[in-house]
Unconditional design. Structure first.
Length: 910
């Protein structure tokens, strides 16, 4: 095939690399520096520039070629010599001093060629070949040969002046015939000032030669002399002296070359020091250490490795690592090690367990690691092998397994979790099945190597560090017991009772950790605390209720006096009289005051007056309808349970309680909202009702829910306290919810509240279900009724006695008065035939109303009694009425109330 066809074939061969790729590959293969230069700036460089000049290609691109030369003057000189030649399209070549990036001077063969038709707009290609060492050798040889030195003096002088070594040519009298620039610079001497002068005089300021002058030795013996390490002027030097002969073998003089080796010697010594330290550490290591080359051969071994098999370290050097004597017992182990070495050569670190035979044939368990050691470029150079003897740990594990037959049954049967932990780091070595169950694991292997910290919630103080501190305290101070908040595998939290104790297992210090799940116990304790708080709250409310009831009682007595006298005056004047309306206003104010005391008595659970069997669905519907007519911005949604159990309640009091809740909901929804009303039948067990101190059983439940602003926990705690309110001044008394609470408690029920800020509020009312359905009682007539019977009035309050006596007498009755229990009993005994009715106060100093009633019944079992009190029918009044009193009159009362109740009792058949 001719050349043209061959070119066509190559051109069409798609497997051939692109021309630019091929060219780049060729240039990078050239050992000499190749630069593309335009306007004296580098536009291209091959990879040889890094090995020759110390510059990376990308660092040099764009830089001036000035960085390759020693000085500005020489840079200008080479330019003046090169570019005129290239104008004629000729190649320029010369030897010229250059400078390495590290500052080292060098001699290069520089060749420059022009590319293109015009030098002005085309670049040049420059090649640099480092010939420094070659020229040094030639010059040294030329210096010895005196005749050649003369023939190339100018050329050699140029080369010698580029050298960093001090070069001096001396005659037989030690006079300097020639010296290079390095000598002048080192001794701060002008060029040419050394010629013809003795070296010891001009360089060392001496009057005679140095006592250890190598030049004299060379002139005397005719043999080269060398001093490898000489210290002077704070530096370290290498001195070489070569005798110079003529062609006739006549001694002409000597050449002295002095090299500054300070940095090199310091580096060598530092390297040697590091090597010695490394060897010391290597030799003193407690583990088996070795260095392996990339062929798998051991190039270094420490004393521990050698002693393990009873040989010297040198005996192991050169072995294939997997062929070391400690693996002589197993081809399988050898293959495993070989594969690990191969992975290490590829840069992969490996750790594995293996068995090794020592020099006595005893089998040991070791953990070996092979770590690649890399050079500055990241290339793997050698492998570091380290073997750690874990035989003791293995033996301990074996001992634990051997003893398992003796204690495993007990170990697994106990109801507490047990861990065996390393005393130093807390690592779990063994555990029983109960511990796995507590933390939700199925396999012991899943938690081997864990610590107690791995089962912690990692929230202070229940952290891994905190767990380790307890272990160290158990080791140093003795057994430790504490509660710990742990975490199961699925993240669920578990409370633990933890006990730690230090033990020794086969000469190894360990910690026995016993954990018990006390989550349920903690929950019960929390419930107990909650129950205690509820009981405390109930007792507090009871105490406040007692105080409120006493205040209401005394206030009712005061109101009774005001009401009585106002009523008396109204009996004697007509509506047309000027003071009639004023007296009616007084009655209205008394009624308002009575309403206030009713709320206090309601809170004190002394506000039940007329108990009736009631369907709460009907009562709630009526009350809600009345409320809805006045608060149209509130939408009411109702869901009532059909067949709701009936309850025994005072309908007026219960209506008041409901209205209080509705008003509270309305005030919590200033922009309007929804009020949900719901009823249900529920059966409460003994545990549920225990905090409320009521009986368990069937209850009718009412839920009142609003969509208002809600309340925080602090407000919820105080919501039922009298006079507590979150409203601004004049918007509430703080008695509404307090009276509701008392009314519900007074009916044997309870009320609770659920609320969160921004999420509304729900009040739940529970009322004990009734077993009967009772008739609706007719209200008392309101007209004034009179009579002529005899009445014994008993009350310790003088004002009440006076006004009530006047009212009764105004109504036509004969009235006897007693202001304490003892007088009442005596007066009844003396006048029983004249007394048709007794109006009896319940609370009196000394003999109370209950005891007086019992004494009266002893004298007359059919005695008719109206029990009157500032308190309500609840509590002590209920007990008295159970003994036979059938009628109750709440203070304060009007003339109409009194006249109607008196006539009802007197007209009732015995």
């Amino acid at each position: 095939m001719d050349k043209g066809k061959r070119r066509d074939v190559l051109r069409n061969d798609r497997r051939s690399p692109a021309p630019e790729v091929l060219l780049s590959s060729i240039l990078d293969a050239v050992p000499d520096v190749v630069l593309g230069v335009r306007e004296r700036a580098v536009v291209f460089a091959n990879h040889a520039v890094e090995s020759v000049f110390g510059w990376k290609c990308d660092e040099l691109i764009g830089r001036s070629t000035r960085v390759l030369y020693r000085s500005d003057e020489e840079y200008e000189e080479i330019g003046e010599r090169v570019y005129p030649v290239l104008e004629d399209w000729r190649t320029f070549s010369t030897q010229f001093p250059c400078r390495h990036r590290n500052g080292q001077d060098m001699i290069c063969q520089v060749s420059v060629s022009r590319i293109g038709d015009s030098l002005r707009d085309k670049m040049v290609v420059a090649t640099y070949q480092d010939i420094t060492e070659r020229r040094k050798a030639e010059i040294e040889k030329g210096l010895i040969d005196g005749e050649r030195l003369k023939r190339s003096e100018q050329e050699k002088a140029l080369i010698l002046d580029t050298m960093s070594e001090l070069v001096i040519y001396l005659d037989r009298d030690l006079k300097i015939n020639w010296s290079n620039n390095a000598v002048h610079e080192s001794f701060n001497l002008p060029a040419g000032s050394t010629l013809g002068r003795p070296c010891y005089e001009v360089l060392h300021k001496r009057s005679e030669p140095c006592t250890t002058c190598l030049v004299l030795d060379a002139l005397k013996t005719g043999e080269p002399q060398e001093l490898a390490d000489f210290s002077s002027y704070g530096r370290r030097w290498r001195i070489r002296v070569y005798p110079v002969f003529s062609e006739e073998k006549t001694l002409l003089g000597a050449v002295e070359m002095v090299t500054d080796v300070t940095e090199r010697r310091n580096a060598e010594e530092a390297l040697k020091d590091r090597e010695e330290k490394f060897r010391a550490i290597f030799a003193q290591a407690v583990n088996l250490l070795g260095l392996i080359d990339l062929k798998g051969r051991q190039i270094m071994a420490n004393d521990v490795s050698a002693a393990f098999v009873g040989v010297s370290p040198e005996h192991l050097v050169g072995n294939l690592f997997w062929k070391n004597p400690w693996w002589r017992h197993s081809r399988k182990e050898q293959q495993t090690i070989r594969e690990s070495v191969q992975r290490g050569v590829k840069g992969e670190m490996s750790t594995f367990e293996t068995t090794c035979l020592d020099h006595a044939g005893v089998l040991h368990h070791l953990v070996y690691s092979l770590k690649p050691i890399r050079d500055a470029r990241g290339r793997v150079k050698i492998l570091l092998a380290e073997g750690r003897d874990i035989t003791d740990r293995k033996e301990m594990e074996d001992a634990v397994r051997e003893s398992e037959n003796n204690y495993r049954t007990i170990f697994e049967a106990v109801h507490d979790g047990i861990f065996i932990q390393d005393m130093q780091n807390g690592e779990i070595l063994d555990t029983n099945l109960k511990a796995l169950e507590i933390f939700g694991y199925r396999s012991k292997e899943k938690i081997r190597g864990f610590t107690l910290g791995d089962f912690s919630v990692n929230e202070p103080p229940y952290t891994a560090e905190g767990a380790l501190q307890y272990i160290h305290k158990a080791a140093s101070e003795g057994p430790q017991s504490f509660d710990w908040l742990g975490r199961k595998k699925d993240g669920e939290q578990v409370w633990l009772e933890v006990n730690l104790k230090k033990v020794s297992l086969k000469k190894r210090d360990c910690i026995i950790t016993v954990v018990r799940d006390i989550t349920e116990r903690r929950r019960e304790e929390e419930e107990k605390k909650k129950l205690e708080l509820q009981i405390q709250q109930a007792l507090k409310m009871e105490a406040i209720g007692t105080l409120a009831g006493g205040i209401a009682h005394d206030f009712n007595n005061i109101l009774m006096g005001i009401q009585g006298y106002a009523s008396l005056m109204l009996l004697n004047i007509g509506p047309g009289e000027s003071c009639y309306q004023r007296l009616k206003a007084i009655e209205r104010q008394v009624a308002n005051g009575a309403d206030l005391t009713k709320q206090l008595l309601g809170f004190a659970r002394r506000g039940r007056y007329e108990v009736k069997t009631t369907d709460m669905n009907d009562l709630i519907q009526k009350t809600a309808a009345m409320f809805a007519r006045t608060k149209k911005e509130v939408r009411i949604q109702e869901r009532y349970r059909e067949g709701l159990w009936v309850v025994e309640v005072d309908q007026g009091q219960m209506e008041q309680a409901l209205l209080n809740l509705f008003v509270n909901a309305w005030q919590a929804m200033p922009g309007g909202g929804i009020l949900y009303l719901e009823t249900a039948n529920v059966v409460l067990d003994e545990t549920y009702v225990k905090p409320y101190q009521i009986r368990w059983g069937p209850y009718a439940k009412l839920s009142v829910t609003d969509t208002g602003v809600g309340m925080d926990g602090e407000t919820r705690q105080r919501i039922f306290e009298p006079f507590f309110t979150t409203k601004e001044m004049k918007r509430g008394t703080g008695l509404g919810l307090a009276s509701t609470y008392g009314i519900i408690k007074g009916h044997g029920g309870f009320i609770n509240v659920y609320s969160e800020p921004g999420h509304g509020t729900t009040f739940n009312i529970y009322l004990p279900a009734s077993e009967k359905v009772g008739p609706v009682e007719e209200p008392l007539a309101r007209e004034i009724k009179t009579g002529r019977e005899g009445i014994l009035l008993v009350d310790d309050e003088s004002s009440i006695v006076e006004v009530t006596q006047e009212i009764l007498e105004e109504l036509g009755y004969r009235v006897l008065v007693a202001q304490n229990g003892e007088d009442a009993v005596e007066m009844f005994r003396s006048n029983r035939d004249q007394i048709d009715l007794v109006i009896l106060d319940m609370i009196m100093p000394g003999m109370g109303g209950g005891e007086v009633y019992d004494r009266l019944r002893e004298m007359n079992p059919d005695v008719r009694v109206i029990l009157s009190s500032g308190y309500s029918i609840n509590g002590e009044a209920t007990e008295i009425m159970k003994r036979g009193v059938r009628f109750f009159l709440q203070k304060p009362f009007t003339v109409a109330d009194l006249s109607a109740r008196v006539r009802e009792v007197l007209d009732k058949k015995s």
